[in-house]
Write a protein that binds this ligand. Structure first.
Ligand code: ZN
Length: 198
């Protein structure tokens, strides 16, 4: 027996998520239409639509935001220190510990020749532009502890040093292979406290 078209479409939709196989997609779709409160299911569908339509990258730092400029870039209470991270989720992780008072720059990835990602694919031109325009003198590279991140950090260090910028890197307490977005707050705080000049 074939599923009704609309259900089939929903299953196909769920199966597009990473780590969701056909069986799980089927379970999620069935749950949505048979177990979920109708209002809740429709709210979910609205939330999906709103997020897809409204979330964009901040024109300055690349952080996800509902506006053209994110609330951190728009704030007057931030210092002139700049933290470079891989993704918006890393910004959320650092904001949760609350000890960093500067601004962020989201690269949108790390250099990884194996995956076909080079410096040109990252949010680097805007980084260099704002370092000049905002007269930034101190940059903290807060990337995860793996080889692509290491390559990216060294690449950034080489171009930033030529611009007369102090380049720091978080380190202490950051386990090898650690992904920033999954670290607990204590480990992340220690990594930030233990920043070292590169
Ligand atoms: Zn921003």
């Amino acid at each position: 027996m074939k599923y009704p078209d609309s259900l089939d479409k929903l299953i196909k939709g769920f199966s597009k998520y990473p780590g969701i196989g056909p069986k799980t997609a089927e379970r999620l779709a069935f749950y949505t239409i048979t177990k979920m409160d109708k209002e809740e299911a429709l709210d979910l569908s609205d939330a999906l639509k709103d997020a897809v339509n409204n979330i964009k990258e901040c024109k300055i730092c690349g952080l996800i935001t509902d506006n053209d400029i994110c609330s951190i870039c728009a704030s007057n209470d931030r210092t002139n220190e700049l933290m470079i991270v891989e993704s918006s989720r890393d910004v959320i992780a650092f904001e949760a510990i609350g000890s960093f008072k500067g601004k962020y720059h989201v690269l949108g990835g790390v250099i990884s020749p194996l995956n076909g990602v080079g410096p040109d694919d990252l949010n680097i031109p805007k980084l260099l532009k704002r370092i000049k325009e905002e007269n930034i003198k101190d940059v903290i590279i807060a990337l995860s502890a793996n080889i692509p991140s290491e390559t990216t950090a060294l690449y950034l260090k080489s171009i930033l040093e030529a611009m007369d910028v102090n380049v720091y890197r978080i380190g202490y307490g950051l386990p090898v292979g650690a992904n920033i977005e999954y670290l607990d707050e204590i480990t992340l705080s220690k990594a930030l406290e233990g920043k070292k000049k590169m």
